[in-house]
Design a binder for this molecule. Sequence first.
Ligand code: HEC
Ligand code: HEC
Length: 304
Amino acid sequence: MRQLPQVIQEERRLTGISHQAAYKSDMALIMTCSTSFFSLLLLLAFALPAAAEDRELVDKGRYIFQLANCYACHTDVENDGADLAGGRALETDFGTFYTPNITPDQATGIGAWTDEQFITALTRGTAPDGRHYYPSFPYLSYRDMTEEDMLALKAYLFSQPAVSEPNKPHVLAWYLSQPTLVLWKYLNDWLGAGTAESTSRGDYLINTLGHCNECHTPRNRLGMLQMQHRLQGNESLSAPDISPTPAGIGNWSDEELTDLFRYGALPDGDYVADHMGEVVDYSTSQWSDEDLIEAIRYLRPKKN
Ligand code: HEC
Ligand code: HEC
């Protein structure tokens, strides 16, 4: 028979238990319980704070995702497509773009991407294989996102269900080849709309995350944003002038702007439709009160 360890023998002496078999099974139970109790403690000590940190990062990422409205373009809501599995058609003057799958699926989504590859896509508009993206993916706005925000965004995306859904090829005008795109990106940067660090939270919300210029700023014939006419409207998208002038939103009160961003309600009692309806549904209606205040402050005339 195996010797009981010293401590147990000692305990046994103290408690005076004599029935060895019963005692042994009791001890086995206690030992198992205490071992699992200690494992649990260890788990609590190490895993829980890590899990809480992960959850915090994912929550932060979810909010960035809402501020930047990644959902609307990457989900084919109209055809009951799975969340973030892409396939939504974006009709433009240059052809039809089909958004890709950005779920963490390894084969058809972005599940195999590194942090570096994700950041490169959002800031340089290039894919892991070096392919250049069309600016229908608004990376020219997103490229000023902070690294911290991009990593949180990636953590959120990677916490979502993976969906196997192959990407659809775009149907574009013949001249939109990769070399044309490289030239376009180069010209666009050269002509001025380069990167710029945000000067305030409102600036960051409107120009970077909310990418409001992408629809509300007119474009030249090459499809480049005319930043000297910032937020003065884009007729071909039916996006009105929202500059701080009487022609824009200069005469709107803060309450009217808040009602629009929260509920999509226009001052005349009507509701915004189409693209802005989606912006309100998936994005601005989710913005925090503080962020709405900062965004509205930014849309007001600049005081120098
Ligand atoms: C206005 C529509 C639109 C919005 C908003 C948008 N995307 Fe996209 N995205 C696209 C299109 C279109 C492409 C494909 C571009 C191409 O193939 O050249 C794309 C491509 C991508 C890719 C590359 C995927 C691949 O397989 O190569 C990633 C990653 C991505 N988007 C992430 C995001 C994230 C994250 C957000 C929110 C911060 C976002 N997108 C918001 C339209 C959009
Ligand atoms: C995908 C394109 C798109 C994006 C992105 C977008 N908008 Fe709009 N916006 C529109 C369109 C289209 C309308 C007109 C909708 C209507 O009247 O039904 C509109 C209407 C508005 C109006 C009402 C103006 C008026 O005179 O009626 C405001 C204010 C506005 N947008 C602000 C913003 C802000 C701020 C952002 C960025 C957070 C933004 N929009 C992003 C397309 C867009």
